[in-house]
Write a new protein. Structure first.
Length: 110
């Protein structure tokens, strides 16, 4: 493909002057529109970057909490399977007994 070959020219390179000027005006308008879009994107980029960083921090905190909750649940399950107590059941029984005793002292039905 020899560029000096007259049979090998694109249609936009072989236009009369008015058509060339019209095409140039059209392309300049497209370029201006693209430049406006690019400027808008450049203006929003720092804000979006900050938002993404904040979401990433929040995600990492939530993942850490999730991991801790899973570990605690697994530990509680292990203790339950081995017959160990976490103290909540005993505390609940004590409160229930204390409530019944106080109701008897006050004279209300338990």
């Amino acid at each position: 493909m020899d560029p000096s070959d007259p049979n090998n020219t694109s249609s936009s390179q072989n236009l009369p002057l008015p058509a060339t000027l019209a095409l140039l005006t059209e392309r300049e308008a497209e370029l201006a529109a693209l430049n406006r879009q690019l400027a808008a994107v450049k203006n929003t980029l720092p804000r979006k970057t900050r938002e993404a960083e904040a979401m990433e921090r929040e995600r990492s905190v939530l993942e850490r909490r999730r991991s801790e909750a899973i570990a605690q649940a697994q530990e509680a399950q292990r203790k339950k399977q081995q017959g160990e107590s976490d103290g909540l059941e005993e505390m609940g029984r004590w409160y229930r007994g204390a409530e019944e005793t106080l109701k008897e002292l006050v004279g209300t039905e338990a």
